[in-house]
Design a protein around this ligand. Structure first.
Ligand code: PLP
Length: 462
């Protein structure tokens, strides 16, 4: 397939959104800006339906789904058993807070937490709320004021999660005065390592910064409550932590009496081929943030798990909103975990991740490919311009557009990275086909440059 994106029906729907939504004109304006500078505009579709490994747009085009509801559908789109379980819960309870499913799911979660060391759970609706609840819990439990987070981290779009996120300074405009208790530390990227440093020296520098620089010049050690890290910085560019970085953080937390918060909203529940990404690094955090996959792709469910003494009796910290732990959300979580067990989905994700990594290992030979970064089915490829005066991320955009034309739907916003998060039960042939189509797109843009295909003709709203 090579399709004009967006098709007429998707385009008409996007046009309806212009006066309705925040930044309704975003795509149109962005495309015009790109065109003025000689770049290709953004491509977008509107989804009509989703099933298993695929989605269809309003114009009837089918796509292999590597976006996966932004990494929330571990058992594929619209899994019928999860839908039935949620439906049953809706019929039985409607919405109530104190229902038995929240107890059953909390018991199951306690069993699967790293080393079974985080037995207590507190429900939230979204990953954002869960991350915020982890932050407040850490401050209240330690009775300290500061949280350390990392450049390129993403923890959500709530007020305090915006403050602790570090992936785009623009996102925090006019919140400058609110950032008092947040310290952003450098993250040891596998790319753009400061001149002359080896990867290991870079990791050592980042750990040194945490242990010394912060307490020398920013905040006293004993006023730091926690270090919060994603064990795979997904939204910020799919950065996979170097193997000894998380262990180093755990050691510093132990040494300084800081809590370690692992935000596993995206990396958790099998995405990386282990139930929790921290298990790759053999560390157990004190608080673990859960979201996305727990919903089974059907009904939101999120929360935090923590050590007994942290979450067991801490009257200062409060959290949990009206809809935290809905019957439907808990039913989705329970059925999803049942499917994980029945189909060995975590092992399956590890196996498929190995296959994908083998396919992608040669891609760095393309001049437009900067780096391939994967851990299980947490997969990303960053791109660059092979020509000096052109901006890197337009190459990512051109490749994603060509992928859409080829029938593959992946994540790439205004970033140099394209990220692929297929379901943990994606059919192996579909995974291979999607990656083959992605490679075709890379090779095409590699040969023809970033202005390939028709730039979309966006409605202007005027
Ligand atoms: C690591 C991480 N934390 C928190 C969030 C926020 O979750 P939600 O979008 O469900 O609020 C995300 C979302 O992408 C995430 O990737």
């Amino acid at each position: 397939m090579s399709t004009k994106i967006p098709g007429e029906k998707s385009k008409a729907m996007l046009e309806r959104g212009i006066p309705l939504f925040r930044n309704g004109l975003r795509y149109a304006e962005e495309s015009q800006r790109a065109a003025r500078r000689g770049y290709r505009g953004a491509s977008q579709i509107i989804i009509d339906r989703a099933e298993g490994d695929f989605i269809w747009d309003l114009d009837g085009n089918r796509y292999i789904d590597f976006q996966n509801g932004w990494a929330t559908n571990p058992v594929g789109n619209a899994h019928p058993e999860v839908i039935d379980a949620v439906h049953e819960a809706h019929k039985r309870y409607g919405f109530h807070y104190d229902h038995s499913l929240r107890y059953e799911l909390a018991e199951k979660l306690a069993e699967i937490m790293p080393n079974q060391a985080l037995p207590r759970f507190s429900y939230e609706v979204s990953g954002t709320e869960a991350a915020e609840s982890a932050i407040h819990l850490a401050l209240c439990y330690t009775e300290r004021r500061y949280i350390i987070t990392f450049s390129s981290a993403y923890h959500g779009e709530g007020l305090s999660t915006k403050l602790v996120s570090g992936y785009d300074g623009e996102k925090n405009r006019y919140l400058e005065a609110w950032t008092g208790g947040v310290i952003h530390a450098p993250y040891p990227y596998s790319d753009n390592i400061p001149a002359g440093m080896s990867e290991q020296q870079y990791v050592d520098y980042c750990l040194w910064y945490l242990d010394n620089h912060i307490s020398d010049s920013m905040a006293p050690r004993d006023n730091i409550a926690a270090v919060m890290i994603e064990p795979g910085l997904a939204e910020g560019g799919n950065w996979i932590p170097p193997s000894n970085f998380l262990k180093g953080i755990r050691a510093l937390c132990d040494k300084n009496d800081w809590l370690m918060i692992a935000d596993e909203v995206l990396t958790g529940m099998g995405r990386t081929g282990k139930m929790w990404a921290v298990e790759h690094y053999d560390v157990v955090p004190d608080i673990l943030v859960v979201g996305k996959n727990l919903s089974g792709g059907i009904e939101p469910c999120a929360g935090i798990a923590a050590r007994d003494e942290i979450l067991g009796n801490n009257p200062l910290s409060s959290s949990g909103s009206t809809f935290a732990g809905t019957p439907g959300g808990c039913a989705a979580g329970l059925k999803t975990l049942e499917l994980y067990e029945r189909y060995d989905l975590v092992e399956n994700a590890a196996r498929l991740g190995d296959i994908a990594a083998e396919i992608m290992q040669g891609w760095e030979q393309y001049a437009v490919v900067r780096q391939v970064r994967t851990n299980g089915l947490l997969m990303g490829v960053s791109f660059q311009s092979p020509v000096d005066d052109q901006e890197d991320w337009y190459f990512a955009r051109a490749i994603r557009s060509r992928m859409l034309e080829n029938g593959v739907w992946a994540i790439s916003d205004q970033e140099v990275t394209i990220r692929m998060y297929p379901a943990l039960n994606v059919d192996e042939e579909v995974l291979r086909e999607g990656l083959a189509k992605m490679e075709e797109a890379i090779s095409y843009v590699d040969r023809h440059g970033q202005v390939v295909g028709d730039s979309p003709d966006w409605p202007t709203g005027s």
